[in-house]
Design a protein around this ligand. Structure first.
Ligand code: SF4
Length: 336
């Protein structure tokens, strides 16, 4: 239990409230972000109660594929693939269907439940969409793995095309609050992003939509993101921690503290109790030795690195999961 200027929060009561289907108040969620460091274990235990109710000890592994790299004309300040970022990331056009299918095969062999093909772009061209659709059809025919794709802004007819090809989930992050978004990107709007999420859901795909913590946003911005995601009923929430990349406009920022990253994950869990909450980019460098504790709030993680940065590697991730007593979830569906 903690008492601050204007609120007293009993962490286990907060967990019960979430399990009863009630949203935590804005003030309760703020207190999670402000929890004293000395109470971190109690906050994590409460978040775990909620996480365990919906996901048990399972950890969903996701594997990313940077299918088209470093060629984006948008200006997202956090992104090393953005126009104007001097980050030296690899630049290449969309990979072939064969390359994308080979990536899925290796994700499948790692027991990943999701394979996510990502392109650095404002939105897909007709040809790119067809390549992603064809790769999806071939992957779905050959192996048991769920498909996610992240192709920038999507029009409703493009969303339907992807859903028809068998794409299960579409990723498009809101990144931060509506207020702060205009400070980190000017080439498209927060509303453009919301419209893409709606289009994906209306086409029958699940929505994967999260953000980045540590971009210089306020506490209210972080809360606003979590509550907006609740309102949009997104199925999956990747929570990234900014690993300030040299050559990007946010490259000068300091990383947030591991304990603050954990408190943010707990807050996302309380506000979105049943969702697939994924520890995403920045996990290794921001959480460092505290990575296992993040699994008490999150039920999913990326393995084998991110779009432009490496990670712990698959075997060390498996070790981390097993050492903390968690198990890698298996995808349950028809045999092929
Ligand atoms: S649209 Fe995506 S790839 Fe392009 S700059 Fe923004 S975050 Fe990076």
């Amino acid at each position: 239990m903690t008492q601050t200027s204007d609120a007293v929060v009993n962490w286990m009561e907060l967990a019960e409230k979430c399990l009863n289907g009630e949203a935590p108040t804005w003030e309760e969620s703020r207190q999670v972000l402000r929890a004293p460091d000395a109470e971190i274990m109690q906050v994590l235990a409460a978040a775990f109660k909620v996480r365990h109710h919906f996901h048990g000890w399972n950890v969903n592994l996701h594997v990313l594929r940077n299918a088209k790299s470093g060629m984006c004309r948008e200006n997202c300040a956090f992104c090393s693939q953005a126009m104007g970022a001097y980050s030296g990331v690899e630049r290449y056009h969309l990979q072939s269907v064969d390359e994308l299918v080979a990536g899925a095969r290796s994700a499948y062999e790692m027991k990943a439940v999701k394979y996510c093909m990502v392109t650095a772009t404002r939105g897909p061209s007709e040809k790119e969409l067809e390549i992603i659709c064809e790769a999806t059809r071939r992957i779905k025919k050959d192996m048991n793995i769920s498909i996610c794709t992240s192709l920038g802004l999507l029009k409703p007819e493009q969303a339907r095309q992807l859903a028809d090809a068998g794409v299960d989930r579409f990723n498009h992050n809101l990144e931060t609050s509506r207020r702060y978004y205009q400070e980190v990107c000017q080439t498209h709007t927060f509303d453009d992003r919301v419209a893409t999420i709606r289009a994906a859901k209306e086409a029958g795909m699940e929505a994967c939509c999260g953000g980045i913590v540590g971009m210089g946003e306020t506490e209210d911005d972080r809360l606003d993101l979590a509550y907006t995601l609740r309102e949009l009923q997104v199925e999956s929430i990747p929570v990234n921690f900014l690993d300030p990349r040299p050559g990007t406009p946010l490259g000068h920022l300091e990383q947030i503290r591991p304990l603050d990253a954990l408190k943010s994950l707990c807050m996302f869990r309380f506000v979105n109790p049943s969702r697939d909450i994924r520890i995403a980019g920045g996990r290794e460098v921001v959480l460092r030795q505290m990575q296992p504790f993040a699994l008490y709030a999150a039920n999913s993680m990326f393995t084998e690195g991110y779009l432009t940065t490496g990670g712990n590697g698959y075997s060390r991730d498996c070790e981390l999961i097993a050492d903390a007593g968690f198990v890698i979830a298996e995808l349950v569906h028809d045999e092929h």
